[in-house]
Design a protein around this ligand. Structure first.
Ligand code: MF3
Ligand code: CO
Ligand code: CO
Length: 258
């Protein structure tokens, strides 16, 4: 299957879904504090998406076995796909990725950011910052003619030059009416290789960067992905549109510099 090029009508729907997903991340920030459970954060996001936004949380019942909650909450050494739970109480010094995907009018917006729970050690703040820089360096390269290997390379280069490692088993993805579609967007690679970007493509970049070694494993719940060495991991994600002369960040938040 070829990579889809979105029509003007589809792009307008992607803009709306992307904005809603970004607004969920903006809304939930003030709730992320010591003592709150990830189950409570899930309920707040679920009700906001369904009741306020008139959207559908894409993770709920997604995949096999069906994902049981409406957002992913990945704490400390959890790389991605953490399942919210009333038993998981956040404490001062934790770091948590909240990953939100909203479906609106049939189209998806997918985005995640890192939150600090109270005061967080400097080494974790640095992991979070470098991982966000990896995402931003990837986004800067998005325009017609860039190849996916160029994006993977700049992310890998930045992570490894800071003595971190890139998770290989999970990647960014094409997105539209389908949650995960072609192409796969690897967060490592070689310049000048891979798919050439064209105007109208929509995809995510969502680097997962580990403080220690890159290896991951999936827990017995079939979803939660952790670092094998139990060292911390960080992730940031945006949904992007390739425009005639560059990129539109469909999930941009107001706090961001672009
Ligand atoms: N939002 C994740 C991504 O960035 C996918 C989560 S799938 C779920 O692609 F089922 F775990 F929610
Ligand atoms: Co994604
Ligand atoms: Co996501």
């Amino acid at each position: 299957m070829a990579v889809s090029i979105k029509t003007a009508e589809e792009i307008e729907k992607m803009r709306i879904a992307g904005r809603l997903a970004a607004e969920v991340l903006e809304m939930i920030g003030e709730h992320v504090k010591p003592g709150v459970s990830t189950g409570e954060l899930d309920r707040i996001c679920h009700h906001y998406i369904v009741d306020t936004q008139g959207g559908i949380p894409a993770p709920l019942n997604y995949g096999n076995p069906p994902f049981p909650k409406s957002i992913c909450t990945s704490v400390n050494h959890v790389i991605c796909h953490g399942i919210p739970s009333d038993d998981k109480i956040l404490k001062k010094g934790d770091i948590v990725n909240i990953d939100v995907t909203v479906i609106k009018d049939g189209y998806h917006g997918d985005t995640s950011k890192m939150y600090c729970v109270g005061e967080v050690p400097a080494h974790l703040q640095r992991l979070i910052s470098v991982t966000q820089e990896c995402l931003y360096k990837g986004i800067e390269l998005v325009r017609p003619g860039t190849r996916l290997g160029d994006i993977g390379h700049v992310i890998q280069q930045h992570a490894e030059s800071n003595y971190y490692s890139v998770v290989r088993e999970y990647c960014g993805h094409g997105i539209g009416a389908v949650f995960h579609e072609e192409p796969q967007v690897l967060h490592y690679g070689k310049p000048g290789t891979g798919l050439e970007l064209k105007e109208g493509m929509t995809f995510t970049i969502e680097p997962m960067i580990n403080a220690g070694k890159p290896q991951s494993k999936v827990l017995g719940d079939h979803w939660t992905v952790i670092t094998k060495d139990r060292k911390a991991s960080a992730q940031w994600e945006h949904t992007l549109l390739v425009t005639r002369d560059g990129v539109e960040v469909l999930t941009r938040r107001q706090e961001e510099p672009f």
